[in-house]
Ligand binder design. Structure first.
Ligand code: SAM
Ligand code: SF4
Length: 363
């Protein structure tokens, strides 16, 4: 017999059945989960929302994940790499506007020149901001040497989504070759921790063939890995990808959105002091998606600082938002919306994961 939702919410720990019940909550019941998550968020991480200015450095990628619009095999994508001067301009904007941190994200490449260019940019940002700007990287799987080089050049957080924690499903969404190996992704997460990064991971929600049980396992994966940060959001189809063939089997976008909100809320209840991002994909479905995620547990937001001329080309999925707003416009509207969602912006602070600090014995 399944337990009543109220009983589950009063527990301190949750088994897989409990998580499935929470994720299956209907419209009325999910309000109880959201209220509990908001209460826990306020108690353990407070009202503050931290900015990570997002720089989509390049859409060149050597991989072929079946879901992604910038996969190597998509010959329709117009490829770019932001110049070092443009990265510095975006980083300076973030620093001068007291964003606290930036994220540098790109397709996965590991050639020497790419690794070196990233190291140089990291050192320049550190110098320009006198070490005040926190830097998160999201550049895929790399060797320990590369992770170390970037860490020593100034990055201190790294985001590498496991995408889906079930290895069998992972095999369905990726080519079956050495470049797309589930085990290697896990090892990369372990390497990142070994090198000293605050480690973030995440999953896509509402993928074809994915069940509520799989999502419950994803939450358990985050807990067992003792992860510091999570960025997760709805899967959104892209016409020029192999996974587009399953578009008729997907749940509606709005259902994917609410399932994602429940994932954020349940994760906040489970892992009280980690950083959770309100992701762009949530905003792609609901214009107020990120603010809704903040209300139910997220505490990180990533305003887009990519030069507007490149935004249309970093198209991971259809209807990606904010492709035509410049940084100033984005900042103004976001500020107002975060206040509306009951949050305060942690200007000028790194907003590191409290969970990480605690594990390190720092507080
Ligand atoms: N290349 C790096 C990597 O894969 O780790 C970082 C950049 S990649 C574009 C960032 C994230 O975009 C991926 O981890 C994936 O979860 C997400 N993504 C890609 N295609 C997506 C889609 N169709 N819908 C939602 N998210 C998607
Ligand atoms: Fe490349 Fe990342 Fe997209 Fe996979 S998800 S194709 S690694 S950019």
């Amino acid at each position: 017999m399944t337990k009543p939702l109220e009983q589950i919410l009063s527990q301190d720990s949750f088994n897989k059945n409990d998580l499935v019940t929470l994720l299956n909550a209907d419209e009325q019941q999910r309000q109880l989960i959201f209220a509990k998550a908001a209460e826990i968020k306020e108690k353990y991480v407070g009202k503050k929302v931290f900015y990570r200015g997002l720089i989509e450095f390049s859409n060149l990628c050597g991989k072929n994940c079946y879901y992604c619009g910038i996969r190597a095999g998509n010959k329709n994508a117009h490829r770019y790499e932001v110049t070092p001067e443009e990265v510095m301009e975006a980083a300076r904007y973030a620093w001068e506007n007291k964003f606290g941190s930036i994220v540098i994200q790109a397709g996965e490449r590991s050639d020497k020149n790419f690794v070196r260019r990233i190291s140089e940019v990291l050192k320049q940002i550190r110098e320009m901001s006198k070490g005040e700007l926190g830097i998160t990287l999201s550049l895929g799987e790399q060797t320990e040497k590369t992770y170390r080089e970037w860490f020593e050049s100034g990055a201190h957080r790294y985001l590498l989504r496991i995408e889906v924690s079930n290895p069998e499903l992972y095999g369905k969404y990726h080519p079956n070759d050495k470049k797309h190996d589930y085990q290697k992704r896990i090892e990369s997460l372990q390497l990142l921790r070994k090198v000293g990064y605050q480690v973030g991971t995440g999953v896509m929600i509402g993928l074809p063939f994915q069940t509520t049980e799989d999502l419950a396992d994803d939450l358990i994966f985050f807990r067992d890995f003792d992860i510091d940060m999570v960025g997760m959001g709805p899967y959104i189809e892209h016409e020029h990808t192999p996974m587009y063939q399953y578009k008729d089997q997907l749940m509606s976008k709005i259902d994917r959105f609410y399932l994602s909100l429940k994932m954020v809320a349940v994760l906040r209840i489970m892992m009280k002091d980690i950083n959770i991002a309100a992701t762009t994909a949530m905003q792609a479905i609901d214009p107020l998606g990120r603010e809704k995620a903040i209300k139910v547990g997220a505490n990180i937001i990533m305003p887009n600082l990519t030069p507007t001329s490149y935004r249309e080309d970093y198209l991971l999925y259809e209807d990606k938002p904010c492709t035509d707003e410049d940084a100033e416009e984005c900042k103004r509207c976001l500020e107002a919306r975060i206040h509306m969602a009951g949050g305060e912006i942690g200007y000028g602070e790194w907003g590191d994961s409290k969970h990480f600090r605690k594990r390190k014995g720092e507080n």
